[in-house]
Every structure is written in structure tokens, then in C-alpha cells.
Design a protein. Structure first.
Length: 261
């Protein structure tokens, strides 16, 4: 009887532990970066239990432990679709674009990069005499609906991100100058901003070179992530990101301007 009871308790413990890990992985898959305190509240368990679960999941190669939480492990060439990006971290992205909108002045010529975060900036564009250049078809349509003077960059359309890429796009961007550029990015490490795909990286690099000031809109989940291609060194851009305790943020602040939302 005693052995049977012990066995049942072990089975229940295993199920609870398995369920906790499943919930942790679900949350990190959706948000990319999770804070320890949030997991404690979600799982209704102790901090020490959550730490053990995270350590075991890291040992299994399913996440990466960082100070105060954990983050998703991304493939260097991973490129989520625009639809996948559009449903992730919405409030954090809205906080970023509020800060970005405050930087835009009447009469500015701005570049609006393709991406789910930059798309959220469009409803906030109410400045007088604004001109917007973009390499995203869907951005251009929304801008025209708002009666904003819009120039769209041509080239091959990348289906996953709705971005114009290739030599045509690069040559057109080279002929233009912008007061400010607002770009999305897949990863920000201690030295570079990065993206998975070569052609898109070249376009982004050209946009940065053509702007008086380039701002990277990157929610906190992008911090510490590294993609295949280095787009530019940190000191060539300013970073707009969420206020957080990510261990990389103080290092980034030493190398470039950071605006926290």
C-alpha cells in the first residue's frame, strides 16, 4: 500500500512538473523573453521551483537562461512571417511606436521600414507636410489611406516580410536622403544589429546610410538575439526598446543612444 501511494505521488509530481515546463515553453515561444517573476505568478509556485525548471530546460537546449529570466533560442536564419510577428508582443510594440512618433516633426522626410512594429507607427503619423518613403506594399497602402505623401521603393517582394529587396531597391534608396529612418530588426547583440537574410540586410544598411538619424524599433525580446547577417554596428543607430532589466541593455547604452518606452 505504501509503495503504491509513493508511486502515485511520484506520478502526480511528474505530471505537474511536465505541465509547468509546457507552460514555460509556450510562454517563451510567444513572447521570446520571460521574466522569472511572471513565471512564478503564472505557475503559482515558488521561485526556486521555477529556477530549477528553467535550469533543466536550458540543459535540454530548449531555452537560454539570462539574468532575471530566460529567452528563446533562435536559429541564425530564422525569419518569422509578418503575420506571426504581428500577433506577438503587441503592447510592447505599441509602447515603442509612441516614443518613435514623438521624434517626428512637421515637414520631415522619413523612411518606414517593412515590419510589424513599424506598421503600428502609421496611425500615429499626423505631422504636417510629412513625406514617408517605405519598402512595404501594405505600409504604402495604409499611408495613402491617411493622405500622407508616400514614395514606395521597388524591387523584389519578400513574401515573409512584405519588404522590397534586391539591387533595384538598393539603388533607389541610395538616391534619396531622409531626416529619420525607423527600422525593424531581428536581433541586437553587444556589437551589432542583425537580420537573417542577406538581401534585406543590404537594403537596411543602405537606409541607415541615407538617414541623418536611424532608429531601430526593437521590443525587449530582440535583445541578446543574434541573426545570420550583421546589418550595422550599434554606434550607427539609436535603439528604441522597452524598459526592462535585460543584462545586455547597460552594455548597449555604453555604445549608442537608447530610448526606453
Amino acid at each position: 500500500m505504501y509503495n503504491n501511494s509513493c508511486k502515485r505521488l511520484q506520478e502526480v509530481f511528474f505530471i505537474l512538473k511536465t505541465e509547468r515546463k509546457r507552460l514555460i515553453l509556450e510562454k517563451i515561444a510567444f513572447e521570446d523573453y520571460v521574466v522569472l517573476e511572471d513565471l512564478v505568478a503564472l505557475l503559482e509556485t515558488s521561485e526556486s521551483t521555477v529556477r530549477r525548471d528553467l535550469d533543466e530546460l536550458e540543459a535540454q537546449g530548449k531555452l537560454r537562461r539570462v539574468h532575471g529570466g530566460a529567452e528563446k533560442i533562435h536559429s541564425l536564419q530564422e525569419e518569422p512571417s509578418i503575420r506571426q510577428k504581428s500577433i506577438k508582443n503587441i503592447q510592447k510594440k505599441k509602447d515603442l511606436v509612441q516614443k518613435a512618433a514623438e521624434l517626428i516633426q512637421d515637414g520631415d522626410v522619413i523612411f518606414l521600414d517593412a515590419g510589424s512594429t513599424t506598421e503600428l507607427l502609421i496611425p500615429l503619423l499626423n505631422q504636417e507636410g510629412l513625406t514617408v518613403v517605405t519598402n512595404a506594399i501594405h505600409h504604402a497602402a495604409k499611408l495613402v489611406d491617411k493622405n500622407i505623401k508616400t514614395l514606395i521603393i521597388g524591387g523584389f517582394i519578400k513574401n515573409t516580410t512584405d519588404a522590397s529587396v534586391g539591387q533595384i531597391a538598393v539603388e533607389q534608396v541610395k538616391r534619396l536622403n531622409f531626416d529619420k529612418a525607423f527600422l525593424g530588426m531581428n536581433g541586437i547583440d553587444a556589437n551589432h544589429i542583425t537580420t537573417p537574410e542577406m538581401e534585406e540586410a543590404v537594403v537596411k544598411r543602405t537606409i541607415i546610410a541615407s538617414a541623418k538619424k536611424a532608429f531601430i524599433l526593437a521590443d525587449a525580446s530582440k535583445l541578446g538575439q543574434v541573426s545570420f547577417i550583421n546589418v550595422a554596428p550599434l554606434n550607427e543607430v539609436d535603439i528604441i526598446t522597452n524598459h526592462c532589466d535585460h543584462p545586455l541593455l547597460p552594455i548597449i547604452k555604453e555604445k549608442t543612444g537608447v530610448i526606453e518606452a
